[in-house]
Design a protein around this ligand. Structure first.
Ligand SMILES: [Zn+2]
Length: 223
């Protein structure tokens, strides 16, 4: 990025092109306004200011994250301790409000990694679920089919995951954990992924049954 514009808030440093400088105070306010809530929920905070890189268009963003073939809906990424997003100017039909949620989503990934260390050690449904839940990216209408097994939702890879309805299901899984077990258990599960038996006191099969029942009651589907 040539001659970037830099903008600092209490916990973030924004780096953008001049063309996008007009967005920075609104994006900064969006992130700062969720900082206390997200770091309190996960009980951990990044040890230093988080850099936010804003790319003018999808193409330069996808190149920067090493996913040149990514679909257009991939507009944000958390990588190397920083947040990378497409400018609201360059994000196609995505509304500004939607891009603010993407920004918060990526910030939640940064905070989650403070708990888990390696993000790939956490099942995708759990890491994405915390991000969509805390960013308020509501699941909308869920597919009518039976929910996929958790093992199918564990694999990382945005396209496969999205193809399964993964982001929507992940929201409901984390919502269930927060409501039924609380944030303390959610944090433990992120820190010790795969140890559902110890953390939640139930097997994965029992948890799946609980979730299926929750979906039927909370998210009625079918015609
Ligand atoms: Zn994500």
């Amino acid at each position: 990025m040539k001659d970037p514009t830099r903008y600092f808030t209490e916990h973030f440093e924004f780096i953008s092109s001049d063309n996008d400088a007009g967005y920075l105070s609104a994006l900064g306010a969006a992130l700062e306004s969720c900082f206390a809530r997200v770091t309190a929920a996960l009980d951990v905070a990044p040890s230093k200011s988080v850099r936010v890189y804003i790319y003018p268009d999808l193409k330069s963003f996808h190149r920067a994250i090493g996913m040149t073939d990514a679909p257009d809906w991939v507009v944000g990424n958390a990588m190397d301790g920083g947040i990378h997003i497409v400018s609201p100017n360059g994000a196609g039909s995505r509304a500004f409000d939607d891009m603010q949620k993407v920004l918060i989503h990526e910030f939640v990934h940064i905070v989650t990694r403070c708990l888990s260390g390696d993000v790939y050690s956490v099942p995708c449904w759990l890491s994405e679920g915390v991000a969509v839940y805390e960013a308020g990216q509501l699941p909308g209408r869920l597919p009518a089919d039976n929910p996929p097994p958790l093992s199918d939702l564990a694999a990382h890879g945005p396209e496969t995951f999205a193809g399964l309805g993964g982001y929507q299901y992940a929201y409901t899984l984390v919502e269930l954990i927060v409501k039924r077990f609380g944030y303390g258990k959610l944090r433990q599960l992120i820190a010790s992924p795969g140890d559902m038996e110890t953390v939640l006191g139930m097997s994965e099969a029992e948890f799946y049954a609980l979730w299926a029942d929750y979906l039927n009651r909370r998210y009625p589907r079918g015609n």
